[in-house]
Design a binder for this molecule. Structure first.
Ligand code: MV4
Length: 462
């Protein structure tokens, strides 16, 4: 097997590194296609895996080889580790790219890949686990000198100590499930008399959802912005950041629009947040590309929230403003190529609208079904990452994102204008989509002023 599996202390030259011969993509939809595109440009062969529901998908058509791994439910296909490993063995793939979601942050899968001498293009099991438990991740970050939100030291032991800590940091406080993320098992508490119920229900919800009742407490930050830093780390301990993304436009913890640079960012804040993100990467000797998420309050205080050890849906906007292929970088880092340690500043403005097969006028209810007519916008500064086409049937089994519309321009105003023009050109018939929501948002005065927090959509779209 190639030398890439050894963690050597010596940095090889890029020309000495053995690049992967064939990568299996353990994912579907637009991200599978996105990864195949980069592999083609790098001269790496590709294997698609697919469920029966996806046999007509473009990722199957564009990959060099494909293997059916089971019936439509994710548990029996895209989450089925042994079938995916078997597909890699029979096709002789030397690496697996997990994309986002599914097995991308599953430490057991990362471990099983290593045990089978298949390089997992992502984090090591230890790195995944160190960020998977949120209270533990927070403790690691605090020790590394990354700002964290005041609260309990680790898990809350009982209601009495929870009351004491809350009194100390003052209400409002928030209870968070240590195994959580994405809002599950989270409870906002405004006054002591509500703590008992919140404590019980947070633990119960966390136990049911994650099989782990552990919760911790933080001071509640009112109307924060969600700003994340894209980072990269190599196998030799070098790290860099690639600036921020503002992901404050969310609804029920689902991101709808992302942009970079953040309209709230300053040069000084970027320097501070970038330094903190690099400390986070170095603290866990992170390998690969990742994201350090922060909450930023109105005074521009920022606090570590969580770290994602995968490529994210919104990686595209970073690629557009710094002219860098993040999937290529992931593959190179996994193969053992070193990075320079130079940080990147955006020199353009990019916005991404997530186009979901959902009805924005009916509470964003998913609308699977056949796309009867399809025309995508084009022209200067437009990028579309999608796997759909006219006649494609969106299966009901997976998430409802059908594509990402990305614009890039010199200024935020121009990127918004371009987005409006592109949204008006985008024809998707047969299913409801989030396009009308985005059209309304792009016209909104507060959005246009960059005047928004994570609470914005709650009030904007009722
Ligand atoms: C918070 C917070 C305010 N104060 N923590 C939501 C998901 C989870 N990853 C963390 N979340 C929050 N944590 C403190 N101490 C507000 C949120 C929050 C939020 C954060 C980012 C983006 C959107 C959000 C929507 C609601 C609440």
């Amino acid at each position: 097997m190639a030398a890439i599996f050894k963690k050597s202390t010596k940095k090889p030259k890029e020309s000495e590194i053995k690049m992967f011969n064939k990568i299996l993509i353990a994912n579907r939809g637009e991200i599978a296609l996105r990864i195949i595109r980069t592999c083609k440009e790098m001269g790496i062969k590709t294997v698609a895996v697919y469920s029966i529901a996806d046999k007509e998908s473009l990722h199957v058509r564009f990959a060099d080889e494909s293997v059916c791994i089971g019936p439509p439910p994710s548990k029996e296909s895209y989450l089925n580790m042994s079938r995916i490993i078997a597909a890699a063995e029979i096709t002789n793939a030397d690496a697996i790219h997990p994309g986002y979601g599914f097995l991308s942050e599953n430490s057991k899968f990362s471990k099983v890949c290593a045990e089978n001498k298949i390089k997992f293009i992502g984090a090591t099991p230890d790195q995944i686990d160190s960020m998977g438990d949120k209270a533990n991740a927070k403790d690691t970050m605090k020790k590394a000198g990354v700002p964290v939100i005041p609260g309990s030291d680790g898990l809350l032991e009982n209601l009495e100590s929870a009351k004491k800590i809350a009194k100390n940091i003052k209400y409002p406080v928030i209870l968070k499930a240590t195994a959580g993320g994405g809002g599950k098992g989270m409870r906002l508490v405004w006054k002591e008399e509500d703590l008992e119920n919140a404590w019980a229900s947070a633990r119960q919800e966390a136990g049911a959802a994650f099989g782990n009742e552990g919760v911790y407490m933080e001071k509640y930050i009112e109307e924060p912005r969600h700003i994340e830093i894209q980072v990269a780390g190599d196998q030799y301990g070098m790290a860099c950041h690639l600036s921020e993304r503002d992901c404050s436009i969310q609804r029920r913890h689902q991101k709808l629009v992302e942009e970079t640079p953040s309209p709230f960012m300053t040069k000084e804040l970027r320097k501070k947040m970038g330094d903190a993100a690099i400390k986070a990467v170095k603290a866990i000797r992170y390998e690969g590309v990742g994201t350090v998420e922060f909450l930023v309050d109105k005074h521009r205080n920022f606090y570590f929230m969580e770290m994602n050890t995968r490529i994210q849906v919104e990686h595209t906007i970073t690629e557009e403003v710094i002219d860098y292929d993040l999937v290529k970088e992931q593959i190179k880092i996994a193969a053992g190529v070193s990075i320079s340690g130079k940080n990147y500043e955006p020199h353009l403005h990019s916005i991404q609208c997530r186009i979901n097969a959902e009805d924005p006028f009916k509470n964003f209810v998913p609308c699977p079904g056949k796309i009867t007519n399809y025309h995508s916008p084009g022209g200067h500064g437009i990028r579309i990452d999608t796997h759909v086409y006219a006649g494609y049937v969106i299966p009901p089994n997976y998430d409802s994102m059908i594509g990402k519309l990305i614009t890039v321009a010199r200024t935020r105003e121009e990127a918004i204008t371009k987005m409006q023009r592109a949204l008006d050109e985008y024809i998707i018939e047969g299913v409801k989509t989030t396009i009308p929501f985005h059209q309304a948002l792009m016209k909104d005065e507060n959005f246009r002023k960059g005047n928004f927090t994570t609470k914005f959509i709650e009030d904007f779209w009722k």
